[in-house]
Structure formats: structure tokens, C-alpha cells
Design a protein around this ligand. Sequence first.
Ligand code: NAD
Length: 312
Amino acid sequence: MDTRISGKTRLLGVFGTPIKHSGSPVMYNFCFNYYGLDCAYLAFDCDESQVKDSLAAMRRLNMRGANVTMPCKQEVARNMDQLSPAAKFVGAVNTIVNDNGVLTGHITDGMGVVLDLQDHGKTIVDKNVVLLGAGGAATAIMVQCALDGAKSMTVFNRGEEGLAKAREIGDKMMADGVSCKMEFHLLSETELLHDVIRKADVLINATSVGMSPKHEGKSLVTDMTVFHEDLVVYDVIYNPLVTKLMSDALANGCKEENVIGGKGMLLWQGAGAFKLYSGLDMPAQELKEFLAKREAEGIDPLQDLSLIHISE
Ligand code: NAD
């Protein structure tokens, strides 16, 4: 890589803490190298109290951009010159682009799911989507799907507080003219949940239910008759690679190609950020092969790429 560094090299990075295990430097430097871009990417330990200084440094050092991870996403959103529509609705930023000192905050977490679905030949455009959860990942997914043309989003969450926050965002989006019809319910309304899934085109689990080790073997969908062959099931969880929701869907009529786990989500939210930095498509196939090679060498690429806060 040292042969790429010149007097004109632009710096990019990721801000957050803890940050030492972030795989973002590996991922983005691979992409810069692939295209021969004169850019270098480093990880910077930064907590919320250091956000303003870090943003000042971005301007002072003319950094091209930065990713943002926990715990800084909301604080960064409060200190941007401009926000993308998705970042404005979510109130969080995971990607900053610096255009001549003007910092624009974006959030590509939800893009991770939309682009991963596209990579599997699926679309949310004009589709009725059921979303389980109203936490960080779920909110970003909800906003992106609504902005990208989902026909309806029906959100189910365990707690009233999270649901109220999601509802507030949904109401703002609809008031702003986003045409997606958005509805919000508690997961305790199980009959309604199952009824809505039966009529849905896409079901997305964005809760930690199903995740190893604490929630492995659990699923929020308990009526096996809701699954049907046209239903696309996406689970944001990637550990295990096949969750109970996914195995239930497969055993009860969903097509194999319609049941997708969350392994690609991190890569595709990175692709969204890379495009914002460079205007170029991430070399996804080459990156996947590179990561698979690292995996074969015993380095867990998913752990490496943990840009997004994993709650459990
Ligand atoms: P979060 O803490 O912000 O939200 C957690 C959500 O799970 C909330 O909606 C909460 O109500 C729900 N939940 C937790 N336990 C529950 C239970 N027993 N019953 C019903 N609902 C329950 O966390 P987050 O950052 O939004 O992450 C959520 C999940 O998404 C995690 O499993 C995380 O690993 C996964 N994730 C995956 C990727 C990826 O790249 N594939 C990226 C981000 C998050």
C-alpha cells in the first residue's frame, strides 16, 4: 500500500469506540487499491465528547470522508452542515462526505438491506413489507425501504417506547410526502402480525431474536401457516447463518432463493458509503472473494467488518 501514498493522498476513516477491531480499513483500502484511487483509510478512536473536534479535524485535514459507528452516530448527525433525507429522518449518520469543507451526513445502514436484496434479485419497490423491530437497524431499514418505494411498511415492536419513536419518524415521512403507507403495532398483537405476514411480499426481522447465543433457536413468528412461496424473508442476523425464522420459512413453503440471512448487509452498506465517497460501485464480487480468502485463513471477515453496533 505504501506505493499508493503520495503528497496528494486523501484521507478517510472511521470514528467510534471501540474501534480497533473494525474491518472498515481493510474493506475500503481494498476498494481504493482496486481502482488505483489515491486515498487511504484509517480507524480513529472517538467517543461522543470528541465528535466536534473530529469533525473540525476532517475539515482542517481536508479528509474526503468518514464512516461513523457507535456511540457517535447521533452526535455526528447533530453537527452536520447537511443531512441526506434518510439521515434526517433517522437522526443518525454512518457516512460523512466532505465537499470542500461542507460536511454532509448520510446513513447507509438501511441501504445495506435494500442492496443485499437487490444482489439476490429481490426488490422492495411496490412491495408490502413487514418489519420486526424498531431499534437502530430496524429504523434505518424502515426509512430506506419507505424512501426507496416500498408500497407499505408494517412495523411490529416489543416495546411501546421504541414503537412510538418509529411511529413519529413514519408520521414525519408521510407528512413530507413519502408515499409509503406506514403502520405501527406491538408484537403482542400476534393474530394481526400473522395476518399481515400472510398478505405481505417481504418480511424482515431486524430484532436480535434468533441471534446466537442468547436468542438462538427463537423466532417471533410462531404460526407456520403464514409462510408462502412468494414471501421473501430477510433476517438481519448473520450468526447463526440460518436462523430459526429462516429454517421455519424454508420448511413451510418459502422458496430457498427467497430466504436470505444478514451476511451481506455490512458489505452492502459499505458499498453505499463507497459510492458516496468515490462515485464508483464497490467491486463487490472481488471484495467477497478477498474476504472469503481471509476467512479461509482464519480471519472472520464479518467480525472484521462490524461497522454497525451489534447490541448483543
Ligand atoms: P437495538 O438494540 O437498537 O434493537 C434491538 C431490537 O430487537 C429492538 O427492536 C428490540 O425491541 C428487539 N428485541 C430484542 N429482544 C427482543 C425480544 N426478546 N422480543 C422481541 N423483540 C426483541 O439493536 P440493533 O443495532 O438494531 O440490532 C438488532 C439486530 O440486528 C441485532 O441482532 C444485530 O446483530 C443485527 N444487525 C445486523 C447487521 C448486519 O450487518 N447483518 C447490522 C446491524 C445489526
